[in-house]
Design a protein around this ligand. Structure first.
Ligand code: COA
Ligand code: MG
Length: 296
């Protein structure tokens, strides 16, 4: 069965009824109801109750999936989070600050037990771990393949990693990510593809500049990411648009396919003075297939 591609995943603080209500109309492929860093310790219980009730009431997920970011497995909040929300059959769990695929396997086991207790279909709750938030996790990016059938994708984060290594910033003067965070991004990207999973781009904190966001999203798509996390409803439009191939991309892909058709069986051809071989054809066919799926 074809996996659903989550293009846009909108973080919503789990203790904010107002934002949760607003997020529903955002057009995001998925909401990530947050129980971790956007919720203060004193509000965790209230947030669990709010998220649990919201999941219970909103059972039709055909237009928008409902995910929950729980607290890290190393904290005492993680199991109470899971015990509260699995009854609501969330579409998935975003697991922050993982150390390696072992954390995913552990979460898989917890979910299996709780699904059984709550009468939720086995394997229903999927997992997207955040795989670059601790220094140790950076050395484990090849461990995710086959770790759990629940895995849908991998995503990365720059903020907690810089805090963990005592960096005063994760940016160069130019505003670009410093090398360590570019490495984190690339390792997430190739780690996800090595495991046959979706690569989900991290957040853009500046939510006021939509044109910049659209440029970034297009770059993410060209790099091999298939979706991105948002923190504000205004970011959903550019993200959904940016992860859809534009007319120029489609025209180029059609030209590539035509060049191979015209060459009648040749393994390598040229288009506008550039050499093309099998990977280019594969990529063009993949893009046309995704454009076709989107226009259905
Ligand atoms: N989900 C749903 N609604 C949101 C939202 C979100 N993530 N972010 C903002 N909104 C709502 C606001 O409540 C406001 O609603 P209103 O018009 O009914 O008053 C509207 O969108 C405009 O918001 P704006 O005034 O531009 O921003 P803000 O100052 O209210 O909020 C943030 C800014 C950053 C606090 C907010 O975007 C947010 O909470 N983001 C998610 C943070 C998060 O979950 N972080 C954890 C992962 S990094
Ligand atoms: Mg964080």
């Amino acid at each position: 069965m074809q996996e659903t591609i989550l293009k846009s995943l909108l973080f919503v603080p789990g203790d904010s009824d107002k934002k949760i209500a607003k997020a529903q109309g955002s057009g995001a492929s998925a909401l990530i109801l947050d129980l971790e860093d956007s919720v203060l310790p004193d509000n965790k219980d209230a947030a669990r109750a709010t998220v649990r009730e919201f999941l219970r009431i909103h059972r039709d997920r055909s237009k928008q999936q409902l995910w929950v970011r729980i607290n890290p497995l190393t904290t005492e909040s993680a199991l109470p989070d899971l015990a509260a929300i699995v009854a609501g059959a969330p579409d998935g769990i975003m697991l922050p600050k993982v150390e390696s695929a072992r954390d995913v396997v552990l979460l898989d086991h917890y979910l299996t037990a709780l699904e059984h207790r709550e009468g939720v279909a086995h394997g229903r709750v999927r997992i997207i771990p955040v795989v670059t938030e601790t220094p140790a996790a950076m050395f484990e990016l090849k461990t995710y393949k086959g770790a759990s059938a629940r895995l849908l994708g991998l995503t990365w984060g720059a903020e907690d990693l810089s805090t963990a290594i005592g960096a005063s910033t994760n940016r160069l003067e130019s505003g670009e990510y410093e090398f360590t965070y570019q490495l984190a991004r690339s390792l997430c990207l190739v780690g996800a593809h090595a495991a046959g999973l979706q690569a989900v781009e991290t957040i853009t904190a500046n939510f006021r500049d939509q044109a910049q966001l659209l440029r970034e999203v297009q770059a993410s798509r060209r790099a091999g990411f298939t979706g991105k996390i948002a923190i504000h409803p205004d970011q959903i439009g550019p993200i959904n648009a940016g992860f859809s191939p534009d007319d120029a991309d489609v025209a180029h892909a059609q030209a590539v396919v035509k060049a191979f058709d015209d060459a009648k069986g040749a393994g390598t051809v040229q288009l506008d003075g550039k050499m093309l071989d099998k990977p280019h054809l594969t990529q063009a066919l993949r893009l046309l297939a995704s454009a076709h799926t989107l226009s259905q």
